[in-house]
Design a protein around this ligand. Structure first.
Ligand SMILES: Cc1ncc(COP(=O)(O)O)c(C=O)c1O
Length: 469
């Protein structure tokens, strides 16, 4: 990490923790340079970066100030319970009815699972697609179906290596998005009727996969900032014949929680003690704010127990349907299951992504994307503080593009969903994230689209509906 990036992170921490309050002046360049022993140009570069991330702004001839929305006056939610709940899963109808209503392009997409497509380098990707198809040998069109595109496998292994995870390309299985990877992992280690530890709240498709495979969920509560509750998980692993754990250690969907490195290490020690495989869903890992990428639980894996799943859907190329799993000791089994079901994701799409990773400037794109998302998060938090009841609670995630709102108790988020939709605004109501249909007064809102007058107006309308319960 460069010196100015580290310095920018230190200032960002002071803002997040409230040491530097909204509206307050940040130290002048000369003062910061003297106090922190860094050069004036380092301070300048750090301030430009913080400005880009939407945390500070310059006032002519006065210096830099903390943006009004850099902190939210709304409090964070608390962990909802410390009880594990074991249950059959039957949520698909509810999930499909909610998702079906998100298709209208005129709807304000707060319920969407994706960031705005305008934030992706689609033209550059198209060039990579054209280039790679032009140079594809007749042999590759067939051979890359079974083994995956070798260049893509190499690029992925390189990215793992840079993040401190050494793996051989043999451990990687390219899949049709992370969703296929997650499905195959679960199939590889369970049989119908088995118990699987999942998060509560969890990404709704997790619940649907369990339902489809006739597995039972053991719902483990998630702390809105620190991630899955390890004491409850430890207790459940000791008491119940759990066959697999499925969790998101960084930027959890829907809460945005990220476990500390220490906690990730402890989670690994726990599954290792019980020899229970962990399916780690890490699709938002590239969307961290700040300059330090989060580590994965996979980075602590010494005996192949962690199946680490991810994709390009959230950070680069939604619709290309290219994901992967670093499958550890289960890689061979996962690969065979894939060959028995879908065989392969599109070979041209794999080649396009391999070319883009090699020549397209992925890391530059990611930096821009993260800054845009961080600024948009600030806009949504500020807007929520303006329009939602003061007792509303909201998460303050350090990445991704979701906020999780806990409204006053009387608010029924399924009803809120219907009423908002009638006014052209979508949202993801809390109960779709739980096998036991909890979180009835909660909702997930997407801030992945550039903030504009329509977004602000939609928040005002939501605020009115919430106030009417
Ligand atoms: C937490 C989580 N996991 C997995 C997926 C699926 O990813 P993909 O589109 O790559 O299949 C999503 C997409 O919404 C997600 O939010």
């Amino acid at each position: 990490m460069k010196r100015y990036e580290k310095f920018a992170d230190e200032i960002a921490d002071l803002i997040r923790t409230g040491v530097l309050a909204p509206g307050e002046k940040v130290p002048s360049v000369r003062h910061a340079s003297r106090t922190y022993g860094v050069s004036p140009s380092t301070v300048f570069q750090a301030y430009y970066l913080l400005e880009d991330r939407g945390l500070i702004h310059a006032r002519p001839r006065s210096g830099y100030f903390v943006r009004e929305h850099a902190q939210s006056p709304l409090h964070e939610p608390e962990i909802s319970s410390r009880q594990a709940q074991t249950t059959e899963v039957d949520v698909s109808e509810l999930v499909f009815s909610v998702l079906g209503s998100l298709k209208d392009p005129n709807t304000v997409p707060f319920g969407s699972a994706f960031p705005s497509p305008h934030l992706f380098p689609l033209a550059r990707l198209a060039r990579s697609m054209a280039q790679s198809i032009r140079h594809m040998s007749p042999h590759e069109v067939i051979s890359d179906m079974t083994g995956g595109n070798p260049n893509l496998l190499r690029q992925l292994a390189l990215r793992y290596m840079v993040s401190g995870v050494m793996l051989s390309p043999d451990e990687l299985v390219i899949t049709s998005g992370a969703m296929e990877a997650l499905n195959l992992c679960l199939q590889a280690v369970t049989s119908p009727g088995d118990l699987v530890a999942i998060e509560a709240p969890a990404f709704y498709a997790t619940l649907q996969v369990l339902e489809r495979l006739k597995l039972k969920a053991v719902e483990i509560p998630v702390h809105p900032r620190e991630g899955i509750d390890l004491d409850t998980l430890a207790d459940s692993l000791a008491r119940l014949p759990i066959k697999a754990c499925w969790c998101m250690s960084s930027l959890q969907n829907p809460l945005g929680a990220s476990m500390s490195e220490e906690k990730k290490r402890a989670l690994y020690a726990l599954i290792q003690r019980h020899q229970v495989p962990l399916i780690e869903d890490d699709v938002y890992a590239e969307l961290y704010f700040g300059t330090q990428p989060p580590k994965s639980v996979k980075s602590f894996d010494r005996d192949g127990l962690v199946m680490h799943c991810s994709s390009f859907s959230k950070s680069l190329a939604p619709g290309y349907r290219v994901g992967w799993v670093a499958g550890g000791r289960y890689a061979e089994q996962i690969s065979r299951l894939k060959l028995m079901t879908t065989i392969s994701p599109s070979v041209p799409a794999q080649a396009a992504l391999a070319d883009y990773l090699q020549h397209g400037g992925y890391d530059r794109h990611l930096r821009k994307l993260r800054h845009a998302l961080e600024a948009q998060q600030g806009s949504m938090l500020a807007s929520a503080a303006r329009h939602f009841p003061a007792s509303t609670r909201v998460t303050h995630p350090t990445g991704g593009y979701f906020l999780w709102f806990e409204f006053p108790e009387q608010v029924d988020s399924l009803k809120l969903f219907q009423l908002a939709l009638a006014q052209g605004i979508s949202l993801a109501p809390g109960p779709i994230f739980s096998a036991t249909r909890r979180f009835g007064n909660c909702a997930r809102l997407n801030y992945g689209h550039p903030w504009d007058a329509q977004s602000e107006q939609a928040m005002a309308v939501l605020g009115q509906i919430i106030g009417s319960f």
